[in-house]
Design a protein around this ligand. Structure first.
Ligand SMILES: O=C(O)CCC(=O)C(=O)O
Length: 254
């Protein structure tokens, strides 16, 4: 379903729109069961933050990434020409100290212009106790903030990056409390992170990254890595030859 005018304006002002219900109760159960299966095959260590781009071999992740209700809401913000850039599972087990430091997603991704949106799909209920995502409202269009390294152990981000925020900014953070089957949408330059999971419950989400088709890469993948983007056209036409697009790994979800 497209976003309401209020949700669009919330996103335009704050860089985040949340919560948005997208999955049926059948899908909620199915995606959770499928994640449980993947988690037992891969182990908790990998499930925590090392499941990248598994929409290529896990049909349920592809189904989430290409879910019509999610695409409708993304299209309300970025138009009808949409690419799937990547997917990444963030699974925090509790009670433990793992957290996600404040950061902007687009910092090292080498994309221009700086336009990207993440749909964070809640596999499990995600709340204050189990460390839901938090966003500091405020847009930084076309602006990357300086990131240093976190001095706290347990940062789940790939290169331990962290952007400094003031206590005042932190006190304004929006808690993206989600029930399983809901998403939050956050834009690529908004500052966000999450606190440790202090509950005995798992908090798993699939971050699905979308870009409008006019965005181009500055290199073949995220800067400073040998990872290569493998974008998939999800809606509309690509219009440009900016990326080597790859075909959908499974047939379209219903
Ligand atoms: O899952 C989290 O706590 C953080 C997710 C995140 O940083 C992202 O999706 O960009």
């Amino acid at each position: 379903m497209p976003l309401s005018p209020d949700q669009v304006s919330e996103y335009q002002q704050t860089g985040v729109a949340t919560p948005i219900a997208v999955a049926s109760s059948h899908e909620v159960d199915y995606y959770r069961r499928e994640f449980d299966r993947l988690e037992s095959a891969e182990g908790a260590q990998r499930a925590q933050n090392r499941l990248f781009d598994r929409h290529f071999d896990q049909s349920f992740i592809w189904e989430i990434a290409s879910h019509p209700a999610i695409l409708d809401s993304v299209a309300s913000l970025y138009g009808e020409h949409l690419l799937l850039l990547s997917t990444h599972v963030f699974c925090k087990y509790g009670p433990k100290d793992h957290f996600v430091a404040w950061h902007q997603d687009l910092t090292y991704w080498g994309l221009e212009p700086l336009e990207e949106v993440t749909a964070w799909y809640a596999i499990d209920d995600s709340d204050l106790e189990n460390g839901c995502m938090r966003v500091i409202p405020g847009r930084h269009p076309q602006q990357l903030l300086e990131h240093g390294r976190s001095d706290r152990a347990g940062n789940l981000l790939s290169v331990n990056q962290e952007v400094a925020v003031t206590p005042q900014d932190e006190s304004r953070a929006i808690d993206c409390v989600l029930r399983a089957g809901e998403i939050s949408l956050h834009e690529g330059t908004v500052v966000h992170g999450s606190l440790p999971n202090r509950s005995p419950r798992r908090r798993c989400g699939v971050a699905v990254r979308y870009i409008p088709a006019h965005v181009r890469p500055l290199g073949s993948g995220p800067l400073g890595t040998d990872w290569k983007w493998r974008p998939i056209l999800l809606r509309g036409t690509s219009q440009h030859d900016h990326f080597d697009l790859v075909p959908p790994p499974f047939s379209a979800s219903s």
